[in-house]
Design a protein around this ligand. Structure first.
Ligand SMILES: Cc1ncc(COP(=O)(O)O)c(C=O)c1O
Length: 433
């Protein structure tokens, strides 16, 4: 007889009932069960970029920087790696310098907090900005599940804003602001990825970026910009991010080294230069976030920050230089994916099946005439040896129910080709209307 449980799930926090919490674990579990399948599921970096990375060399590069640029003696510098560190971070100066040089974001190190990935940056930002349940978060829909999960953990009400090929629908966001007001609430924050969003792949034109910033100013709302895939744009085609255009301090910019560095480092950051008025003197919002961080992760691992700092130093303190070879690889992979989709799934070939052509980033989406759910994924994995991500977990609405996401970042071109052939066979037999 199974013993009676000590705790009931219904007695735990409500977020446990939310499918967003299980979504990543489920995909990992399916991939473990089908190691031979070609997986278009994870947005993981290509393995070639970590082969041969020498962590000791990178750490030593950072220690030299501590001695020569910050005047620490070598034994003090070495101890930095082994001790607790400042909650706000160790590499804020390097990150601020790179953002200034590469992205036109003019901030000082005190406006930056180094976090355990972009995920913690989002979590802290939401925690700081949400006073009570009258405040609402708007998210571009479809949207990255990390922000939905963070909001769920914090019991923050969320509303969706449509996202099309030209990115977030600014008029729809304005309507959401009016709706919140009519309900006696306040739309406080909008989460948005202006370049090659995950999963939509959308990109906002420059005029729409300005319109969004103007709306944020009129409505007194803050924008959380998560532009994790902007680096995949060709340098001649890069558009300024929202933070670079943000003269009225409406934008908190969250960043990650998961794609331009490697995800195992777990290093990200928030750029939050908003001034927070206090009786004992104003501070930046980043400094406030660092206070919250002391009660979440205390500080971001100094070892990880040293490795990421070493990576920046090795690349002339430039994010663009660090990302250049990766951006080329991902543009080429995306071109292989769209080329294979054109040949194996041309428009009109299968009733009810069509795909959206991404202009950058890691992802493409395919519309199906049937629900793209976990049961269908099992069939795809079992009988056809190809994995993808159901779009359901990326949406607050039913917009994603009949869509799947393909990620091409970590596959070789021949695997992309074979994977799309398998996908086409699967859709022909199992999904086409
Ligand atoms: C939109 C988006 N933001 C952020 C991240 C990475 O976050 P982290 O730095 O916590 O790994 C990802 C990773 O998949 C992502 O897709």
């Amino acid at each position: 007889m199974t013993p009676a449980p000590d705790l009931l799930a219904s007695d735990l926090h409500g977020s446990f009932q939310d499918p967003v919490l299980g979504s990543i674990g489920f995909l990992n579990e399916v991939m473990d069960r089908h190691p031979e399948a070609i997986s278009f599921a994870p947005g993981a970096p290509h393995p070639e970029f970590v082969q041969g990375l020498d962590l000791r060399v990178l750490t030593d590069r950072f220690l030299t920087h501590l001695c020569t640029d910050r005047g620490l003696d070598p034994s003090r510098a070495e101890r930095v790696l082994y001790e607790y560190g400042p909650a706000q971070g160790l590499i804020n100066d390097l990150v601020a310098e790179a953002l200034r040089a590469d992205q036109g974001i003019h901030v000082v190190p005190d406006d930056v907090v180094i976090t355990v990935g972009a995920q913690e940056a989002m979590f802290l930002t939401l925690r700081a900005l949400y006073r009570n349940s009258e405040d609402v978060l708007a998210v571009a829909d479809p949207c990255f599940p990390g922000i939905l999960g963070a909001a769920r953990l914090l019991d923050i009400p969320v509303t969706d804003v449509r996202e099309g090929a030209a990115g977030l629908d600014v008029d729809h966001l304005a309507a959401r602001c009016r709706q919140a007001r009519a309900e006696g609430r306040r739309l406080r924050v909008c989460y948005v990825a202006p370049d090659f969003s995950n999963p939509g792949g959308a990109r906002m034109p420059l005029a729409a970026r300005h319109a969004l910033l103007d709306l944020a100013d009129r409505e007194d709302l803050l924008l959380v910009e998560d532009n994790a895939y902007a680096f995949t744009a060709a340098e001649s085609d890069a558009l300024p991010g929202l933070k670079a255009l943000d003269v009225r301090r409406r934008v908190v910019h969250v960043g990650t080294f998961a794609k331009v560095g490697f995800p195992g480092a777990r290093v990200g950051y928030a750029v939050a230069d908003q001034r927070v008025g206090r009786a004992d003197g104003d501070r930046s919002l980043a400094q406030e976030l660092a206070d919250l961080k002391t009660m979440v992760t205390v500080n971001t691992s100094p070892l990880s920050q040293a490795v990421v700092g070493g990576l920046l130093l090795e690349h002339g303190r430039s994010l663009r230089a660090l990302a250049r070879r990766k951006a080329e690889r991902y543009r080429s992979n995306l071109a292989h994916l769209t080329d294979a989709l054109e040949r194996h799934l041309p428009p009109g070939a299968l009733p009810g099946v069509s795909w959206h052509r991404p202009v950058g980033g890691f992802f493409a989406r395919v519309d199906l005439p049937v629900p793209a759910d976990q049961a269908l994924l099992e069939v795809s994995a079992d009988r056809y040896g190809v994995l993808w991500t159901p779009m359901r977990q990326f949406s607050l609405t039913d917009r994603g129910d009949r869509q799947l996401r393909l990620s091409c970042s970590y596959l070789e071109p021949d695997r992309i080709e074979t994977g799309v052939q398998r996908l086409a066979a699967f859709l022909t037999k199992e999904a086409a209307g």
